[in-house]
Design a protein around this ligand. Structure first.
Ligand code: GAR
Length: 350
């Protein structure tokens, strides 16, 4: 259950532990302070119950929130809790609140070890499919063989502006940001997330990249943020662990310009609810001999559009969902930025 909560919040193990500490300390402190205040104002067991109730409610409504933020600050978790406080305030007041500055938080550890590609083959689908044993470095020049990898720049010196959509910790977003940091023609112009507490928003903050919280109503029943993305001159949308389905209007507004990465060999182990550890658990449960990643164009269905690239890695008998996830993440981190660069410019940065 705790693992699910951690996934939901999209935070690393260490951050999750700190968040639990903040809750525990806030709860205990609030109980203590409530007792002290009720004693100080002279309330006893004989005081009319509704007075005691009202005082406790007031402390809970205001004191708890204030203590929570204070403890969160001491534990370096202010941005996480502030986003939730804002959500609460928005809910209570029905108004929008602006995001003040936030601090960066720890990213999940980058898995060690290089993967090696041992065979390359083209599939009839035009997917470039690379198999790996321990995964040697990808000869990225091979990617130019894929029919869809065409440059999109149309002359001039304007940067191609990318928006990254992510729901979780954002380790892929981090790799993409790093890859394009000093790129001559591609820039990360926006980080969008549907989770106000997602780790990826901390990355955006620390990298000074504008961020956007995607709200369900506007995304699925409004304009799907098309106007906002157009205003920001976004040309490509890169999904990096974004767990909502992309609305048709957004797909139509960015035809062939939205891509996704999935931590398995689609079409297997994809679709609604298939993300993160659920994917790796299912792969291991099915006793698959190999897993990997699929990079694909996004269409109206979950994990479904035309494949761009698949990379495989072996699933060993001793693998657990966690060890498999690490292997798969190595592939994602290494190749997703390269594939994005190839797709957009037709050449990689050296
Ligand atoms: C990645 O493994 C990505 O493939 C997966 O979410 C993870 C995000 O990790 N995406 C899906 O499952 C999409 N169906 P990150 O937040 O550390 O980049």
């Amino acid at each position: 259950m705790l693992k699910r909560l951690q996934q939901k919040w999209g935070v690393s193990n260490s951050q999750f532990l700190l968040i639990l500490c903040v809750f525990a300390i806030t709860g205990t402190s609030t109980a203590y302070i409530t007792k002290a205040i009720t004693t100080w104002v002279g309330f006893t067991e004989d005081t009319f119950w509704s007075w005691r109730f009202l005082l406790r409610l007031a402390i809970l409504m205001f004191g708890y929130q204030a203590i929570l933020l204070l403890v969160a600050f001491l534990f370096g978790q202010f941005p996480f809790f502030w986003r939730y406080e804002k959500k609460l305030l928005r809910w209570v007041s029905g108004r929008r609140f602006q995001v003040p500055g936030e601090m960066a938080s720890a990213l999940p550890p980058f898995p060690k070890g290089e993967h090696e590609l041992t065979a390359i083959q083209h599939r009839a689908s035009n997917t470039l499919h690379l198999q790996s044993q321990t995964c040697p470095p990808l000869q990225i020049s091979n990617l130019s063989a894929v029919a869809d990898l065409k440059p999109v720049r149309r002359g001039g010196s304007q940067m191609v502006r990318i928006a990254i959509f992510a729901s979780g910790a954002g380790s892929n977003a981090r790799k993409i940001i790093d890859h394009f940091k000093n790129h001559s023609s591609i820039g990360i112009a926006l980080i969008a997330s549907n989770k106000p507490g997602a780790g990826v928003l901390n990355i955006a903050e620390s990298e000074n990249i504008p961020s956007l919280i995607i709200e369900k109503e506007r995304f699925f029943r409004g304009d799907a943020y098309v106007s906002e993305l157009r205003e920001r001159n976004i040309q490509w949308i890169i999904l990096a662990g974004f767990l909502w389905k992309i609305p048709t209007s957004l797909i139509h507004a960015f035809p062939g310009k939205i891509i996704n990465i999935h931590p398995a060999l689609l079409p297997k182990y994809g679709g609604k609810g298939m993300y993160g550890h659920f994917v790796h658990e299912a792969v291991i449960e099915a006793k698959e001999k190999e897993s990997g990643i699929t990079i694909h164009y996004v269409d109206e269905q979950f994990d479904h559009g035309k494949h761009i690239l698949q990379l495989t890695c072996p699933v060993d008998e001793t693998d657990t969902p966690e060890t498999l996830a690490k292997k798969v993440l190595v592939l994602e981190h290494k190749y997703y930025p390269e594939v994005i660069a190839q797709l957009i410019t037709g050449s990689t940065r050296t």
